[in-house]
Design a protein around this ligand. Structure first.
Ligand SMILES: [Zn+2]
Length: 211
């Protein structure tokens, strides 16, 4: 443990979200050092919709990454989502060459209830690590939550309505979202961007769920 970690543990005692150890790190605040070391430090290519050139994620949702994503979203832990975003950006370095990072938004009502949009926070973290600008180009209406649904049920959910704001668009875009489940949301976002003339689209999520 570093001095900073020790000082943090004295000031803010708690337990590692993943293993329950009481020795938290200053940098992550909710993880111990071995659990930080166990986080993947490069992204992997995962199955994604055909409308997207390559879809990347840090790893599977069933495990540490799922624990972190859920804790950030439902525990409204903005510092954790920002940390995840920065980690995700560092893990992506050198894999894609894009003009802009575009978050997949959550519906406005859900954003209002949660107080933040995790996709946008993640995108800003990725931007800070990669130096590529964030453009919040998309709007989203409706769409039911996928929480607690099986993958078969998720496939039957109506696809949320994603649209692109008016204005000049970049040519090569990296879509950012928290989790890739069926890929239907990423596909809807990519289709809306393609329709507006965006030629090349990649996608990046923290975790992916195998169906
Ligand atoms: Zn731990």
């Amino acid at each position: 443990m570093t001095l900073l970690d020790e000082a943090f543990n004295l000031a803010m005692p708690g337990q590692c979200l993943v293993c329950g150890s009481p020795a938290l790190t200053f940098r992550w605040r909710v993880l111990c050092r071995p659990c930080v070391a166990a986080l993947p430090d490069t992204v992997i290519r995962v199955p994604g919709p055909a409308s997207i050139i390559e879809t990347f994620a840090l790893g599977p949702h069933d495990g540490n990454l799922g624990v972190l994503v859920r804790a950030a979203k439902y525990g409204r832990n903005i510092a954790l989502i920002d940390r995840l975003g920065a980690h995700l950006g560092a893990a992506l370095l050198g894999r894609v060459d894009v003009d802009a990072i575009v978050p997949v938004p959550i519906p406005r009502r859900r954003r209002w209830k949660r107080g933040f949009d995790q996709g946008e926070r993640l995108a800003r973290g990725v931007a800070a690590s990669t130096g590529v600008e964030v453009m919040c180009l998309m709007r989203r209406r409706g769409g039911q939550t996928q929480v607690g649904k099986t993958s078969a049920e998720r496939r039957k959910l109506p696809v949320c309505a994603l649209s692109v704001r008016p204005g000049q668009l970049p040519n090569r875009v990296l879509l950012v979202d928290d989790v890739c489940t069926t890929g239907s949301t990423l596909h809807a976002a990519a289709r809306a961007l393609h329709r507006r003339g965006v030629a090349h689209i990649w996608a990046l999520t923290v975790s992916h769920q195998e169906s």
